[in-house]
Design a protein around this ligand. Structure first.
Ligand code: FAD
Length: 459
């Protein structure tokens, strides 16, 4: 759409990944886009208070990388030049399914090892360069404005830090204020029901630490060993910008939370059933102390099921659905939702919320079912275990056995996890045949027993 065909004003609440990607799409059809965030946004690519999860390991899946390339020409080349690490998620990462190692295979699933602050900072710089987008930080969203019969949202009330509340009119308001957002409360304040929420608390604890990465220190760029019920601890490590390894340990059930003292952190890694990460970290230099986090509850807000929705308002990103990041899908889903928004806007603005939520619900089903399905395998996790969930979990457990033997099955699983193939592809005849013939689950190797040896953190 050319600049002269753009019309109206769109407001985005929240200038994190989902808000910035939404703003990119809105800038194509709205004359003006204004983004508000309550945080102070850095000029560089540093962590910030409003995004505490930025201190934990992030990676960008293959679909996320492809979507970002569609939204920002030259994305992968630029961010690689800034230090992000391009990876084929089948070839360059050590992946384990229920502890069984997948054979490394040229999967052509190209993702990125990139820290959360670097990715957000890069995207923010690209948005700042757009002439019809303004970013106002230190400005908190307080609620919504409506027309007289409350059928349409007409703007938002915002509060600049140290100033007075302002009413800002808009043709479209996008709520991208993340996991803990007040969207449902704002809706009830203007006379609408709150969306039904599906919530699952996996009772998972995380601890993360950065290490210096030096050329040749490992023959892999990432390590993904998710916990499973018989072994409720795991770890994820990614080679990222700044010549660093970002390492996040995870434990299910408070008895298994990873410790945040340096010795305990390394000991936790030593007890994993595979030695590669321990061998790497025990000879790597830590760049700071471990940082702890209790994983918040996974929440999916079912806007698509609401009987009444106002025009002129949508939610996006973690504000609709924030799930257990075991499969690292959150930013990729936010990027996919931005593309859905673009597609919906191409068909006009009438009925936008209903059309947008119908499509995003289908998109979210896959990552939500994967993450929540895996969580529900644990006895301590509360939630409804339908026959379908139990059947799928049983199938996936056998699929991991087959994936450990057959690169084609590993690739099929990784393609679904990367949102590059539909889940039905796991039931293709060639995959099912291998799953049925997978045989018994093999024994796991014994963990490294080398003594703990650690260098002092820098600074
Ligand atoms: C430990 C952990 C690891 C993860 N690992 C991965 C990974 O490897 N790969 C991946 O793709 N995803 C991962 N995720 C998920 C990913 O971080 C999120 O999906 C992603 O950040 C979603 O961003 P968002 O923009 O929706 O929300 P957020 O990043 O939470 O941003 C919300 C924004 O809204 C602002 N805000 C909040 N309230 C207001 C208000 N009232 N007014 C104005 N501004 C407001 C905040 O300041 C913030 O800037 C992980 C998450 C966690 C917790």
């Amino acid at each position: 759409m050319s600049a002269k065909d753009r019309s109206g004003h769109a407001i985005v609440l929240g200038a994190s990944i989902a808000g910035l990607l939404a703003a990119r799409v809105l800038s194509e059809s709205f004359e003006k886009v204004t983004i508000f965030d309550r945080d102070e946004l850095p000029l560089n690519h540093d962590n910030r208070r409003g995004v505490p999860h930025g201190e934990h390991t992030h990676g960008l899946l293959a679909f996320g990388r492809k979507a970002l390339e569609e939204l920002f020409d030259g994305f992968a080349a630029d961010i690689t030049a800034l230090g992000a690490v391009p990876v084929d998620l089948g070839r360059d990462l050590l992946w384990f399914g229920d502890g069984l190692r997948f054979p490394r295979t040229d999967a052509r699933l190209m993702g990125l090892g990139v820290s959360r602050p670097m990715l957000e900072g890069y995207v923010r710089d690209r948005i700042r360069a757009l002439s019809n987008v303004e970013i106002h930080d230190r400005t908190e969203a307080l609620g919504l404005l409506t027309d007289d019969d409350r059928s349409r949202v007409t703007g938002a009330r915002v509060l600049p830090r140290g100033g007075e509340a302002l009413e800002v009119s808009a043709d479209l308001v996008v709520d991208a204020t993340g996991r803990g957002n007040r969207g449902p409360t704002w809706l009830s304040q203007i006379g609408y029901a709150k969306p039904v929420e599906d919530a699952v608390d996996s009772v998972a604890g995380y601890a993360s630490r950065e290490y210096r990465r030096v050329p040749g220190d490992a023959d892999f760029s990432g390590f993904v060993l998710n916990p499973w019920p018989e072994h409720p601890t795991g770890a994820v490590a990614m080679a990222v910008d700044g010549d660093r390894w970002m390492v996040t340990l995870v434990g299910y059930d408070s008895r298994n939370f990873p410790p945040s003292d340096p010795d305990g952190f390394l000991e936790f890694v030593r007890r994993l059933p595979h030695p590669e990460l321990y061998e790497l970290l025990s000879r790597s230099e830590p760049l700071g102390p471990p940082i702890k986090m209790r994983l918040p509850v996974s929440v999916r807000r079912r806007y698509e099921r609401m009987r009444r929705l106002p025009e002129g308002l949508i939610s996006i990103g973690d504000a609709i659905c924030a799930f257990n990041p075991a499969y690292g899908q959150g930013m990729t889903v936010a990027a996919a939702e931005a593309l859905v928004l673009r597609e919906c806007l191409a068909k006009g603005r009438a009925g936008l919320p209903r059309r947008f939520y119908a499509k995003t619900a289908k998109l979210i089903d896959v990552p939500w079912d994967m993450a929540v399905g895996a969580d529900l395998r644990y006895g301590h996790v509360l939630g409804t275990r339908s026959a379908k969930t139990n059947l799928l979990n049983g199938y996936v457990a056998r699929l991991f056995v087959a994936a450990a033997k057959h690169p084609s099955v590993a690739k099929a699983f990784l393609s679904v996890a990367n949102l590059m193939a539909p889940p039905q592809s796991l039931f293709a005849p060639a995959v099912v045949a291998r799953v049925l013939r997978a045989g018994a689950r093999p024994q796991l190797p014994v963990a490294a027993k080398a003594p703990v040896r650690e260098l002092e953190p820098v600074g």
